[in-house]
Design a protein around this ligand. Structure first.
Ligand code: V07
Length: 263
């Protein structure tokens, strides 16, 4: 990918890259990214173990995927497991690593029926073999679908992603294919795991925390943020519609001049 871009330098052809999100429009956001927080708190409120909250959160993933697809969202990126999550107690990590198996075992047929394409970002290599197998199968079986892209961030960390991108670019410099002053923002974007995706138009974080927690730091540069106190297992169709409504109202306010002016 990076090589292709480097070859284009100085050429007449403009590289076709995923630019900043569509600004003027007040339509449905094409790409929604979600930090699905509050599963543990949901369980605690009910005197249930944390894993019960994670399991309930998985059902919300199904619900929100279906609704996003129905509304015409093109990409839904869900922060399922961060590089930091390995620090949790081993039994909890082991439970979390079984959720992709269970989710896909239960819902893959309906994802296929809904024309959803399953993808992932993150370092998949260090996931347990059974988790990798479930995800690979889902990706294979939905590869031909051209509806909603359901993109799971698994063992994802934005700084690790940027570090890898910089290593790839430095390698090109080392090989003499590229000079440092020729490095562009587009090259960096093309070196990320999201190179093939548009940038998120809307970021949602549930459960009251107001942080990015190492999620898509580069890609969120122009994204609208929506923070809600609702816990992820309680987040439903109406909550998604509310977030999209807020996004649309914000974009309408820039209707006259377009949002370019405020970037
Ligand atoms: C996980 C449920 C949602 C709330 C957040 C934490 C717990 C779905 C998946 C998944 C991942 C990949 C895939 C299919 C499904 C998942 C983890 C945790 C690690 F291809 N939910 N979910 N993965 N939770």
């Amino acid at each position: 990918m990076l090589d292709k871009l480097i070859r284009k330098i100085g050429g007449r052809e403009e590289p076709d890259l995923p630019g900043p999100p569509d600004s003027g429009g007040a339509g449905v956001p094409g790409h929604i990214a979600i930090i699905m927080d509050g599963n543990g708190r949901w369980a605690k409120k009910r005197a249930l173990p944390r894993i019960a909250g994670h399991h309930e959160g998985m059902k919300t993933v199904r619900k929100i995927t279906r609704e996003a697809n129905r509304l015409g969202v093109k990409v839904l990126t869900l922060y399922a497991f961060s590089t930091e999550n390995w620090k949790r107690p081993k039994p909890e990590v082991e439970f979390l690593m079984k959720l992709p198996d269970e989710f896909l075992g239960t819902y893959l047929p309906e994802l296929i029926e809904q024309n959803v394409r399953v993808e992932t970002i993150g370092n998949g290599e260090s996931l347990p073999e059974h988790t990798k197998r479930a995800i690979r199968r889902a990706m294979d079986e939905t590869a031909g679908n051209d509806g909603l892209i359901l993109n799971f961030a698994m063992n994802y960390g934005s700084r690790a992603e940027l570090t890898d991108a910089m290593k790839a670019i430095a390698r090109s410099v080392g090989e003499g294919k590229l000079r440092p002053d020729e490095i562009t923002e587009d090259m960096i974007a093309e070196s990320l795991m999201t190179a093939h995706l548009p940038e998120p138009d809307l970021l949602i974080r549930t459960s009251g925390e107001v942080r990015l927690s190492n999620f898509m730091l580069w890609q969120l540069a122009y994204t609208e943020f929506f923070f809600t106190d609702t816990l992820w297992p309680d987040f439903d169709e109406a909550a998604l519609q509310e977030a999209i409504g807020v996004y649309q109202a914000r974009n309408r306010r820039y209707g006259g001049i377009g949002k370019e002016g405020v970037k």
